[in-house]
Design a protein around this ligand. Sequence first.
Ligand code: ACO
Length: 323
Amino acid sequence: MTLRAVVKGVGHYLPERVVPNSYFEESLDTSNEWIVARSGIERRHFAAEGETTSDLATKAAEMALASAGMTGADLDAIIIATSTADLTFPSAATMVQARIGNTKGFAFDVQAVCAGFVFALTNANALILSGQARRVMVIGAETFSRIMDWTDRSTCVLFGDGAGAVILEAEEGTGANTDRGILATDLNSDGSYRDLLYVDGGVSTKTTGVLRMEGKEVFRHAVEKLAETAHTALEKVGLGSDDVNWVVPHQANIRIIQSTAKKLGVGMDRVVVTVQDHGNTSAASIPLALSVGVQNGQIKKGDLVVTEAIGGGLAWGSVVLRW
Ligand code: ACO
């Protein structure tokens, strides 16, 4: 018998305010046509004044708990992947923990920017496989609208706010790749690429800062590294592209998603795409896409799902799971 971390619930939340591309035409030298052609993004959601990352995360958590038929008290651990927590401390995860009525578990944040959800999922899997927790909620939640330079047309049109959550529970599997649950993970980082994507402020500099990005370079690394990490994770459990039902990629840019799918040998009819409606929500993008994919009937129980993401660091990775 092999222990597996199996998905028991999924949920998401998007702030009410929807911002179409035309919004940026008023203040910047840009157009809806340029944004759609270069990124695939048509609209994104922005959090309301005073609405924070833990607010979005709590709503996604509540939907995931309802879908799992659980209450907050049933969880052993809560992990939030975020780069935009409400406060320097305490963690966003402990704030959500209090709001969903959990006092017995442990909660912490993981920071790997856009790859954060894949890193958090891998940590949750390790906690479950090592017997330290049986039920773990993993949330990706961001308010990237708070770290935009609104005068930089090459970045501020690309990002959005949102949250997604999954609940994992320990279950006995057979050890075969036909088991439900997380089957393989692959994590990577290379800090020498620091200057390609970063926020030019932080606690230690007593500023908040705004996002800076060398878009073309990030694009190049993304396609190469995302296809590689997904292949690596699949190979670890003797699976290949033909076995994949759904690729659920980090939703940064439709052209990255298409090029990576092509390199992976997976047709776009097997890729969950939400970037047109959400923009890039960093660590929230994969759990948001998983939840939307389940909601609209794409992802079903037993499907082989491959997630892959890359973000600032650079940090990148992939998780292969059977839904
Ligand atoms: N509207 C109009 N023109 C624009 C805009 C805009 N919003 N933004 C840039 N331009 C201009 C540039 O100034 C440039 O003009 P120039 O030729 O006169 O200098 C021209 O468009 C082309 O710019 P490029 O940067 O070469 O355009 P590119 O085709 O590379 O697209 C983009 C830019 C969309 C940023 C692309 O490089 C990209 O998506 N990169 C990856 C970004 C990404 O995914 N980051 C996130 C991953 S990690 C994370 O999620 C944090």
